[in-house]
Ligand binder design. Structure first.
Ligand SMILES: Nc1ncnc2c1ncn2[C@@H]1O[C@H](COP(=O)(O)OP(=O)(O)O)[C@@H](O)[C@H]1O
Ligand SMILES: [Mg+2]
Length: 348
């Protein structure tokens, strides 16, 4: 894996101004992202995990240049996206594509699969017009369809998993370098999820793609990613290599982690062989006992964003926002529990 980032997210913030209520004329600010720093390496799959509403999709839209950050910058191959004019933006759009969460609403029901997949081919002049059909068939084969003539059908004739394959074929039509996958399997049956994950992994390898893989499902993110970033309320609280994300048999972590990451890890059901005496083979036991601390609504003002839910908080956490601490190589935790002195132990 090449270490030079294809995309770097530098001090990125995003504020939304929304009406306070339906009848209210006044507005309030929603801090969807707060000073995010991340990089996506070439040919790397960066997993992004966090609970619903923490800002994952907002970050995805910023990475793809679909929205502008309120603060900071997003660079693609070193170039600030906000500096791109129309031609530069078109070239960028060809290189960066997206796979959506919902395969049912992401494909236009009125268009055939041929029209859906050939559209980006035409916009970006990928191949001559007389070779469009051949190229669409090639892309569909790549996504696992072998039946000829399938491109003449409409989206409603396909299952959820098949539609997601079509979405993947469309995303790869422009021969992108970066693909953002926003919860690509959450709308699918568990039995189909594994097939789609394997397809994504095969294509990432063979097409040498860089990916931002977004999910709220930790085991899936752990399975696909080279590195994992954990997000909480618009901030990144931990970035770690996949190797650091190892669960021990009792669902606890074998390495140091942010209290929020530990909370997420403990929520994962752990396979417990022979959990029920009358069952043979491995069984999934109940989820680990997680002490649930209710989420406080309202805007976070100062201190650690996880302060209200943290069982390990101290007075300092209420006052001061923690800075990133590198606890081991490529493993960074934003938490006062970890001493910056540990930085010196990193392997250079
Ligand atoms: N266009 C928008 N206008 C106003 N608020 C938004 C908009 N998009 C997202 N938000 C808010 O930003 C926060 C993060 O949302 P989102 O990025 O969709 O989270 P996630 O993808 O992690 O579920 C949420 O509080 C959401 O309500
Ligand atoms: Mg989302």
């Amino acid at each position: 894996m090449d270490n030079a980032p294809i995309c770097s997210i530098e001090d990125v913030s995003k504020l939304y101004r929304v009406k306070k209520g339906f009848f209210s004329g006044s507005t309030k600010e929603i801090k969807a992202l707060r000073k995010i720093n991340l990089r996506i390496g070439k040919r790397e799959i960066l997993g992004l995990v966090g609970e619903s509403g923490c800002g994952k999709s907002t970050l995805a839209r910023l990475v793809l240049g679909l929205e502008k950050p309120t603060g900071g910058r997003v660079r693609f191959e070193g170039i600030d996206l906000s500096s791109l004019e129309s031609q530069g933006l078109k070239r960028f759009r060809k290189k960066a594509q997206m796979v959506f969460q919902d395969p049912f609403s992401s494909l236009n029901p009125k268009k055939t699969i041929f029209k859906i997949i050939s559209q980006p081919l035409k916009i970006h002049n990928i191949c001559p017009r007389n070779q469009l059909r051949q190229e669409v068939r090639h892309l569909l084969r790549m996504a696992g369809f072998n039946n000829p003539g399938i491109e003449n059908r409409y989206p409603h004739e396909f299952s959820g998993g098949q539609r997601q394959r079509i979405g993947i074929a469309r995303a790869l039509a422009t021969r992108p370098e970066l693909v953002v996958l926003d919860e690509p399997t959450s709308a699918l049956d568990v039995s189909i999820q594994a097939q789609i994950i394997n397809l994504i992994l095969d294509l990432q390898e063979s097409k040498r793609l860089s990916c931002l893989f977004i999910s709220h499902d930790l085991p899936i993110v752990e399975f696909v990613s080279h590195r994992i970033a954990v997000m909480y309320r618009g901030t990144i609280c931990e970035i770690m290599p996949r190797e650091a994300f190892v669960l021990t048999g009792d669902g606890t972590a074998s390495q140091p982690h942010h209290p929020y990451t530990k909370f997420l890890m403990k929520s994962i059901p752990v396979p417990r062989p022979m959990a029920n005496s009358h069952c043979e083979g491995a069984e999934h036991g109940p989820a680990n006992q997680v002490e649930v601390v209710p989420v406080r609504t309202g805007e976070h003002r100062e201190g650690c964003p996880f302060f209200h839910r943290c069982r390990e908080r101290t007075g300092r956490c209420a006052r001061q926002e923690p800075a990133p601490v590198e606890v081991s190589r490529e493993h960074v935790i934003n938490c006062h529990l970890f001493s910056p002195l540990k930085r010196s132990s990193k392997a250079e």
